[in-house]
Design a protein around this ligand. Structure first.
Ligand code: DX5
Ligand code: ZN
Length: 217
């Protein structure tokens, strides 16, 4: 069983509530909410006020917040108050402050995820594995939806999965970026159990069938 988190970055942003309900009706387990600050990544998206409205409109959804921002600990409480269930920060954004960042997010009451970029060794997450609810292995360099999946991601997922198994840990292993009907099964076979889909989901002729395929992996 693989869970699906639908990235609304590729949705009709003028109609977010309806797009979230549509994702939910198609079988999405979570909505993936990409926060970009124009500093950690070269793009800007949306912040906590939009999440607050969305959560008010669709309170039954699980909100998987992906912070691609500098100073994630500073802003995590705002996202928690706005309705985040899971908050993922980037390892690369907090040099020397990983433990503190995990603790700060934990304090908000949300589940905690840590993400690594394609150029970061999977071993970077190993010292923190027992403190994380989720490890996000990026399938692309963060910043934009609709990019091509980097094939080496599959081996990186397998490395994280092997270490989790060795230590008897079972966090979510999430893949985000370039996931589609072809790359999704590869990631799941390597051990990913939570897949993010943006452009593939919103561009699909039959998104419900695609969601079903992913959840049955
Ligand atoms: C990339 C974002 C992703 C993105 C995924 O920086 O973190 O969540 O929306 O979009 P697709 O599935 O189109 O690669
Ligand atoms: Zn994301």
């Amino acid at each position: 069983m693989t869970e699906l988190s639908v990235s609304i970055l590729s949705a009709d942003l003028a109609d977010l509530g309806a797009e979230c309900r549509r994702a939910m009706a198609c079988g999405a387990n979570m909505v993936h909410y990409d926060v970009m600050d124009g500093h950690f990544v070269p793009n800007i998206t949306y912040g906590a006020p939009v999440l607050k409205c969305l959560n008010k409109a669709v309170p039954e959804m699980v909100y998987d917040v992906h912070l691609m921002i500098s100073e994630p600990a500073r802003y995590a409480p705002d996202f928690a108050a706005a309705g985040a269930d899971l908050i993922t920060f980037h390892y690369e954004a907090v040099p020397g402050a990983v433990e503190q960042t995990i603790a700060s997010i934990r304090e908000t009451g949300c589940r905690v995820g840590m993400s690594i970029n394609p150029d970061t060794s999977p071993q970077a997450v190993f010292p923190y594995l027992d403190k994380l609810d989720l490890v996000l292995v990026m399938g692309v360099n963060p910043g934009f939806g609709g990019q091509k999946f980097i094939p080496a991601t599959v081996h990186r997922v397998a490395e994280v999965k092997a270490e989790c198994d060795r230590r008897g840990l079972s966090p979510y292993i999430q893949v985000d970026g370039g996931v589609n009907a072809v790359t999704g099964p590869q990631c799941a076979a390597a051990g990913a159990n939570l897949l993010v889909m943006g452009s593939a989901f919103f561009g699909a002729q039959d998104p419900a069938a695609l969601a079903k395929t992913i959840r049955e992996l």
